[in-house]
Design a protein around this ligand. Structure first.
Ligand SMILES: [Zn+2]
Length: 455
């Protein structure tokens, strides 16, 4: 039987043990090892090398990349939980410096890798590595750091990323997102404008309005309240998830079992902690705000969905960093819906489970479209000011929630929390389409397995 109690009592990942076991070295020694192996790349010239030498260096590069990723993720996770064995002030600069050294030492190797063609004699892993390497953009730094911005700072950043695109032009950042996802940008804009005008969601919110008018904070609170009536402790929640995943495939539940045994799932009751699932070469780490309601069960299932997706990619690819974001959210949303449905059937709460799904549709398809709409409206601005952003933010929310929902003064600067706008433009667009795809998988759940196998 799994002992989850240890994780709950510590509220911490056993990072030092996990990373040391895998690294077989202390943190500082690992930095030096990486530096030493990077230095070996400096002088090599593979253009005239034998095939066996080329393969040896390819394998060496994969090891170097994994060593760096392991260290980097250990640092990020250690910073999240303020581990005393990490000097937080120094760690960022150590990694930045290390990254610089790595980039310059491997420059020749990288040029060779980009220009060479995989030889017919290469084993599959090497061919795969070359393919991965070319598309490895190392962009998955994760958004879990939860950096806080002042309004001034946010607007300064905004000015840097938003370039005037002229009247009627599609913002370049939206075009980039659409290209990445294989979408037509014109279709996306049309969809956004349509979803905004429809005001489809007013009847849903009207049920939470008392005396013709309610404040948004009260509406959001009333909206989340019913799910808190269903109680789960962590062991029960994870037990439901494991049993549910096992029905689809026992490999899925084994991945969750392993994460628990290794202490990679950390829960906290604090409303200040972020929930995320972070991919590392030694397995995915979950941080979860867990207060024991139905929403918490679903959130745990969502993060476990990310864990499975990341693990499947890690098992197959060596550099393993290019997670397709839409696919990742599709899988996570599918697993959260699937687990709630399973729980509903198990406990005779099918009606609750259906209501839950409807409520999530509004969150993913409605509210996230509204957020993307707000972002789009920023690109039509000539000047940015706190006042103007407040006005746009209130306007877009007003259209979504309807005129019976009042927006208090504190609500004005809530746009400050939308840091995706700065770090990952038009990320909000991913959720509505991921949610629609997840719904299709709900009808044919076995298709999720064949999709995972195709990686
Ligand atoms: Zn997610």
């Amino acid at each position: 039987m799994l002992s989850t109690k240890a994780v709950l009592n510590n509220h911490a990942w056993p990072l030092q043990e996990i990373f040391n076991v895998y690294n077989k070295a202390s943190f500082e020694r690992k930095v030096n090892e990486i530096l030493a192996s990077a230095a070996e790349f400096k002088t090599i010239d593979l253009t005239t090398a034998t095939e066996s030498d080329q393969l040896q260096w390819l394998a060496e590069f994969a090891r170097l990349d994994i060593a760096f990723d392991t260290l980097e993720s250990a640092l990020k996770l250690a910073n999240v939980q303020h581990e005393i064995w990490i000097d937080e002030t120094k760690s960022g600069s150590v990694m930045a410096e290390l990254e610089k050294v790595l980039a310059s030492s491997t420059e020749c190797f990288i040029t060779w890798m980009e220009q060479c063609s995989a030889s017919a004699g290469w084993p599959t892993w090497a061919v795969q590595l070359k393919l991965e390497f070319v598309s490895d953009d190392n962009s998955l730094a994760g958004s879990f750091c939860g950096k806080k911005y002042s309004p001034r700072h946010f607007i300064d950043q905004l000015k840097q990323i938003i370039k005037p695109s002229g009247d009627g032009c599609i913002p370049i950042n939206l075009q980039k997102r659409c290209t990445k996802m294989g979408w037509n940008s014109g279709d996306q804009i049309a969809r956004l404008l349509l979803s905004d005008k429809a005001a489809n969601y007013h009847p849903y919110f009207s049920r939470y309005i008392i005396n013709n008018k309610s404040d948004i904070t009260d509406v959001r609170l009333a909206e989340s309240k019913p799910w808190g009536d269903f109680k789960f402790n962590f062991d029960e929640a994870i037990g439901i998830i494991i049993a549910c995943f096992k029905q689809l495939d026992s490999d899925l539940s084994t991945m969750i079992d392993q994460a628990i045994v290794q202490g990679r799932i950390k829960v906290s009751h604090s409303s200040l902690s972020n929930s995320f699932c972070m991919d590392t070469p030694v397995g995915s780490f979950i941080s979860l705000q867990f207060n024991g309601g139905l929403s918490d069960l679903a959130l745990l299932a969502h993060e476990c969905g990310h864990l499975i997706h990341q693990q499947v990619i890690r098992n197959k690819f060596q550099l393993a960093q290019n997670v397709n974001e839409e696919l990742s959210e599709t899988i996570a949303i599918f697993f959260e819906s699937w687990v709630v449905k399973y729980w509903g059937e198990l406990t005779g709460n099918e009606i609750v489970a259906t209501a839950w799904e409807h409520h999530r549709d509004i969150e993913w398809q409605g509210r996230h479209s509204m957020l993307a709409n707000f972002e789009l409206s920023l690109y039509q601005q000539e000047k940015f000011s706190v006042k103007e952003l407040d006005r746009l933010w209130r306007e877009v929310n007003h259209r979504f929630y309807g005129s019976s929902v009042t927006l208090n003064q504190n609500f004005s600067q809530q746009w400050l929390t939308l840091t995706h706008i700065l770090h990952s433009p038009f990320y909000y667009l991913i959720y509505p389409s991921a949610s629609l795809k997840a719904k299709r998988y709900m009808k044919e759940p076995m298709d999720v397995l064949s999709m995972l196998e195709r990686f």
